[in-house]
Design a protein around this ligand. Structure first.
Ligand code: SER
Length: 876
């Protein structure tokens, strides 16, 4: 069975059990501060488990793109080493939100595996939570009894909290789980040791394929567990592992999910993949590298398609590190010194686009970004090799210190495993402990900077979730429904407040969160410093808690800031439209930031946007502003209808079934942000900068309204100053002629200076005096450093045995130069560098150069004469 069919059968099976099929959420998470990437199928449903939202159907099923490379679930270092770990993988899941529980979850899982997919019951094991005394949790008897009715008891394994109690993070919904494991070893191996012994023991062919989680608790901030109001089911099956079992192969990499990529890597790099290779043998490294590259290519391509480009911070940095790990494996073990990973995107896209069309749609961008990253990291590797050679050269003992290795790793991005490998090849050791200490120090530093600890919510009012009402109102009376205290190293102590309804726009869709204040009945005011959305709750941040928190409070949005943000947001839509009209429809939004002061827009485009094009975009937007197009807003239109009508949806965004659309004339976007009532309110649009932020991605910054007015006022003031200084109405003409005049004057000065030097040379020749058989001259001249040098060398060309010292005062800066004939340098060991260094003290300065010519600069021109006098003493 092809992987494509395996995926479809899963979804169809649960559809037949009354589940709605939903699309995968983006792999890169944008609205949950506790997670960077989707690491489990249930992430996108967290709000339903927590009771902050209601699903359209309480039974859902999907295949979810997951990435386990950071935080609690991180498999990065395992990838390549074995045959069943991945950074990016698909998790097939079925969900019940307060609907069915253990019985159906267990029965359906068994039915699908054994009857639909036809997996032999005798190769399956199941596990059940054994309980945990420290948490006061009993064994999961209910699950045990349900399993006992369908599998022999010797195939049921009791598991501890680590394996059989699933938690997404430190806080939140959790519960006991039952895992289904598969034993695909040969009969011969099975006869030696029972699969039962190998469950959860890291055996490559006795692996977990499906996890059935029974959510029934909520882990609180203080670590205690409380019962959830309703019970839920969250299951996750590893798609690639399921394909391994159903396709009768021994490794995920031998399934049709990976083989096309592996064949391609073999062809491009002229290597051969060995299915049975182990990372421990030297030849095995080639196959490890091939697995790493095939895996990481998927992770990186899907991330870019979701809008996350490699960068130096946050999620982008994680993606960059994954790609660099692949490049480095290719570099060392496949001997690839030129970019090649980008060539695999074509194959990946062909193979996965049916299930994930974003790969096809974004193919060119993915190729360009990966290629550019490969180029630059290969350059880094080259430079790193040189730096490492230097480190080795300067290492006295046979061990390179952890600090040095860390510096290479941290400052230059040179991979530590490559450092270790090269050192061992050259007979050196790496102080690994020292490196680990440095790494830990750095981790502590960044953790300390980003740590946030949150208390538990204090609930004042239940079930009051009207949500955002701020499209229509900026002031309203609210009640606090829940609040908690959070402590972040960055912002200090803050309070998070949730209201029964709110006029405050929470940060989202690129637009910053509203600010404003709360007025308490006794007249006190508490400022709201930011507004964000988390798990479908709108959270208001304050520095203090309102005193009468249980009373109705007046909530007031800072309207000035809101108006400016709205103006910038509407202008962003018009600019998006303008860019597509002028540059072409390949332009896609890749990032947007709508601030009250300015807007920033990142988009795909493969060349610099020329000044003419920028001007055309500005004109386009300003024409729409002058047309005074009214806002046409629709709040609850179905997603499909909106797209059919031409609304632009973005890759990597999560949309609900119903969406909001914003239209100004021909511009129509799916958008939750706040906008002007009429484009005329934007007043004017002005682009302030255009730049590249990555291969194939450009960034434009622009301003509107008040900010544009201020910009033109400042520009006009400077212009007026310029015209008044130049006393002209045509400053361009005036400046051009000044520049021309300047060039011609410079030329004249050069000629004059040369003449002057020539005359001076003639005069000076007669001023030399003899000291110990040396012709000596020390003199203050009115020449700059270059003039002095020319004069010295000309004298040196015509006279022998000379020592010349020139001093000059150039606009308050002292220069001292010394010239010594070469024969004197050699025979008498005279040294011009040494001379100017010693004499430099008289002019409060220093310098150096070569033994036959050196120059010092100083702050004290008054000291020149003294220096010249002392030169003679020195020579004597
Ligand atoms: N949440 C569980 C897991 O990720 C089951 O989906 O393993």
């Amino acid at each position: 069975m092809k992987s494509q069919e395996i995926r479809n059968q899963f979804l169809e099976f649960f559809k037949s059990k009354k589940h709605s099929i939903v699309p995968s959420a983006p792999m890169v998470i944008k609205d949950d501060p506790t997670l960077m990437f989707t690491n489990a199928g249930m992430n996108q449903f967290k709000e339903f488990f927590l009771g902050n939202g209601i699903p359209k159907n309480n039974r859902l099923t999907d295949t979810q793109k997951c990435l386990r490379v950071s935080g609690k679930h991180n498999d990065l270092e395992e990838v390549g080493m074995d045959t069943y770990h991945h950074t990016m993988f698909e998790m097939l899941g079925n969900w019940s939100f307060g609907d069915y529980f253990k019985k159906e979850a267990i029965h359906w899982a068994w039915e699908l595996l054994t009857e639909v997919y036809g997996i032999d019951k005798n190769i399956l094991y199941v596990s059940v939570f054994e309980g945990a005394k420290d948490e006061n949790l009993n064994m999961d008897q209910e699950a045990y009894d349900l399993w006992k009715a369908i599998v022999p008891e010797d195939r049921i394994i009791m598991g501890n909290k680590k394996d059989n109690f699933w938690e997404m993070g430190d806080q939140g919904p959790c519960g006991p789980c039952s895992e289904i494991h598969v034993d695909i070893r040969s009969e011969e191996e099975k006869s030696k040791i029972s699969g039962r012994e190998l469950v959860n023991a890291d055996h490559p062919q006795v692996v977990e394929i499906w996890n059935l989680v029974f959510m029934q608790y909520n882990r609180k901030a203080n670590g205690s567990l409380e019962k959830l109001p309703a019970q839920h089911v969250d299951t996750g099956m590893g798609f690639e592992r399921l394909c391994m079992v159903l396709q009768g192969v021994k490794s995920n990499y031998d399934t049709d999910v990976f083989t096309p990529l592996i064949r391609e890597i073999e062809t491009i790099t002229s290597t051969t993949y060995d299915k049975n290779s182990l990372p421990t043998n030297p030849d095995g490294k080639v196959s490890v590298a091939i697995r790493v590259i095939a895996d990481h290519l998927r992770a990186v391509s899907f991330s870019i398609a979701d809008g996350q480009l490699p960068s130096n911070t946050g999620a982008g940095y994680v993606i960059r590190r994954i790609l660099r790990r692949a490049i480095r494996y290719g570099f060392t073990f496949l001997n690839t010194k030129e970019p090649f990973i980008y060539k695999l995107v074509e194959t990946l896209s062909k193979q996965m686009s049916t299930a994930f069309p974003e790969l096809k749609a974004q193919k060119n961008l993915i190729i360009n970004v990966i290629k550019e990253e490969e180029h630059s990291f290969l350059r880094t590797l080259d430079q790193g090799l040189v730096l490492l050679e230097n480190v080795i050269k300067n290492t006295k003992s046979n061990t390179v210190s952890g600090e040095k290795a860390f510096e290479l790793y941290d400052t230059f991005g040179f991979p530590i495993d490559l450092t270790a490998l090269i050192l061992s090849e050259q007979g050196y050791k790496l102080d690994e402990k020292g490196f680990e200490i440095e790494l830990q120090k750095q981790k502590d530093r960044s953790r300390a900077a980003s740590q946030i600890s949150a208390g538990d919510w204090e609930v004042l009012l239940e079930n009051n979730t009207e949500g955002f009402i701020g499209y229509d109102q900026l002031t309203t009376e609210v009640r606090v429904t829940q609040y908690r205290k959070v402590d972040s190293k960055k912002d200090g102590e803050l309070y998070q407040l949730v209201f029964d309804k709110t006029p405050f726009y929470p940060e989202g869709g690129g637009q910053v969160g509203d600010k404003g204040y709360l007025e308490v009945p006794n007249g006190d005011v508490v400022y709201i410093v930011d507004t964000k959305k988390e798990n479908n709750l709108i959270i208001h941040f304050t520095k203090n808690l309102p005193k009468q928190i249980d009373q109705p409070l007046k909530a007031v949005v800072d309207s000035k800031q809101r108006t400016r943000s709205a103006s910038n947001h509407s202008a962003t839509h018009l600019m998006h439209q303008g860019l597509r009209a002028i540059l072409g429809t390949h332009v896609e939004q890749k990032g947007s930031m709508v601030h009250s002061g300015y807007l920033r827009f990142d988009f795909s485009h493969f060349a610099k946007v020329s000044n003419e094009e920028l001007k055309a975009v500005e004109d386009f937007v300003n024409a729409r502003i002058r047309e005074q197009l009214p806002l046409e807003e629709r709040r609850n239109i179905s997603f499909d209808q909106a797209v059919k009508e031409g609304a632009m949806a973005l890759f990597g965004e999560k949309y609900g079934d119903t969406v909001r659309t914003i239209r100004f004339g021909e511009s129509m976007e799916l958008c939750g942000g706040t906008h002007v009532e009429n484009t005329g309110n934007i007043w004017h649009f002005k682009i302030t900068s255009e730049s590249a932020i990555a291969a194939g991605i450009r960034r434009i910054e622009a301003i509107t309204g008040d900010a544009a007015k201020e910009y033109f006022t400042t520009q006009s003031e400077s212009y007026n100053k310029v015209t008044s200084i130049l006393k002209t109405k045509d400053p361009v003409k005036a400046i051009t002629s000044l520049q021309e005049e300047n060039t011609s004057l410079r030329k004249q000065i050069e000629v004059l200076l040369k003449d002057k030097a020539k005359n001076l040379k003639g005069d000076l020749k007669s001023e030399f005096e003899e000291i110990n058989g040396i012709k000596f001259l020390a003199k203050k001249v009115d020449l700059d450093a270059a003039g002095i040098k020319d004069l010295s060398f000309e004298l040196g060309g015509e006279l022998e045995n000379i020592v010349v010292l020139f001093g000059s005062d150039q606009n308050g800066k002292a220069i001292l130069s010394c010239y010594i004939s070469k024969n004197l340098v050699e025979q008498k060991k005279l040294n011009a560098g040494q001379m100017v260094r010693e004499l430099g003290k008289y002019i409060q300065g220093g310098g150096g150069g070569q033994p036959f010519f050196a120059t010092a600069g100083g702050k004290k021109p008054e000291g020149i004469e003294e220096a010249l006098e002392n030169a003679k003493k020195y020579l004597k």
